[in-house]
Design a protein around this ligand. Structure first.
Ligand code: GLA
Length: 383
């Protein structure tokens, strides 16, 4: 149960909060490391998320407090903000910097954040906090950004302020997500369709590897660079804006243009995964969850062998899933290198799945995973 946020706000700031906002985390069903290659992704917002309570103050100070972290920040309105170490408040501070860059007037705010998206778990706690802050500032200061613009400036926070060259999927899913729906997002045109996530007799288990957080940003940025190198090589003969501008059949004809074998593997994953998303969204809508599950396994295998972003923790979870007849499929979700996996598990066997997986994983890895039964919930909203 979340503590009484309003009461905590009062204690911290000596005034009541005037507004309450919420933004979820997200899972990605399929389409991994595709968004920065202009392809299709299939994410969904989850019921875990970040709450933000705010009230204006008369001192013109921005006060950042969190129930989850001790570090806090009090900062006046300035012409420019710089990243401060690695603290959590850099995400909303980066959003403020974006509002300044767009010449949006702001006034001092008391802010209390509280979240239950496990940090560093690949469920996008960072996009959740960026979007909740961007949405709250936009409402409070009547800044007139559209929801899509809020997504775009939040992505800029990640790229320019935090320093991760991520794509747009996370911020988009957190802002536009809908209860019990997935989003089929074209990351080139930013057009999207709502896909009914009818899981019938299945539920989605989210399994956190609990792998201690290491610096994965550099490995992520390296993958982005390898994709750019592949695109450059292919464009010796083609004219592609993005790697996902071709399908697997065309890639097979032109892959010889890529000289580096590792770069070639990365490109193959991206292009085949993009094709898989097209198929996956069709089978999901038709309710063929067995086939959907097979595509999840195929996606994981590609992320393991071609893109090399899984690691023994995520592989152990997916290997276990494959031994269970009650599981239709599973894969890592998010950037990888640790974080979470998802699995499509028969609802009636969920407890049994969790009870068997925990000792299996603990014995192989040396510490326990966490298994969540989070649902697909709403996107960002005012409460
Ligand atoms: C992270 C990034 C996203 C996306 C995924 C991998 O979550 O923030 O933009 O690239 O990794 O699919």
């Amino acid at each position: 149960m979340k503590p009484d946020l309003q009461q905590k706000f009062n204690e911290l700031f000596n005034q009541p909060a005037t507004a309450h906002f919420f933004a979820p985390g997200r899972i990605n069903l399929i389409g991994e490391h595709i968004d920065y290659n202009g392809g299709l992704v299939l994410p969904a917002s989850i019921t875990f998320g970040t709450d933000l309570l705010i009230a204006e103050n008369k001192e013109g100070i921005f006060r950042f407090r969190s129930l989850d972290f001790e570090d806090q920040l009090d900062i006046p309105l300035q012409e420019k903000y710089e990243k401060q170490g690695k603290e959590w408040f850099n995400y909303p501070l980066g959003v403020m910097q974006q509002f300044l860059l767009h010449q949006k007037p702001m006034k001092g705010l008391d802010m209390l954040f509280s979240g239950d998206v496990p940090v560093g778990s690949g469920l996008s706690s960072s996009a959740s906090i960026e979007i909740v802050a961007a949405f709250a500032f936009n409402e409070t200061f009547k800044s007139d950004f559209t929801k899509l613009e809020l997504v775009q400036i939040s992505k800029k926070v990640e790229n320019d302020f935090i320093g991760v060259n991520s794509g747009i999927m996370d911020q988009f899913a957190v802002a536009f997500g809908e209860k019990e729906k997935a989003l089929k997002l074209n990351c080139d045109t930013l057009e999207y369709e709502i896909v009914d996530c009818r899981l019938n007799e299945y539920v989605l288990a989210i399994i956190n590897t609990n792998k201690p957080r290491k610096l994965s940003e550099s490995k992520y940025n390296e993958r982005v660079e390898q994709c750019q190198a592949a695109l450059k090589d292919l464009n010796k003969e083609l004219h592609l804006p993005y790697l996902c501008g071709i399908n697997t059949a065309i890639f097979n004809k032109y892959e010889h243009l890529i000289s580096d074998e590792v770069v070639k593997k990365r490109a193959r994953h991206v292009i085949e995964e993009n094709d898989r998303v097209k198929e996956a969204s069709i089978v999901l809508e038709s309710g063929d969850l067995k086939k959907f599950g097979e595509l999840l396994y195929a996606s994981h295998a590609s992320l393991k062998d071609l893109y090399e972003v899984t690691g023994k923790e995520l592989d152990t979870i997916v290997d276990f899933c494959k031994t269970q007849p009650t599981v239709a499929g599973g894969r890592m979700t998010g950037a990888g290198f640790g974080g979470c996996a998802i699995a499509l598990v028969e609802a009636k066997s969920f407890d049994d799945f969790s009870k068997k997986l925990i000792p299996y994983y603990t014995e192989k890895i040396g510490y326990a995973p966490a298994v969540y039964n989070s649902q697909i919930g709403d996107g960002v909203k005012k409460m």
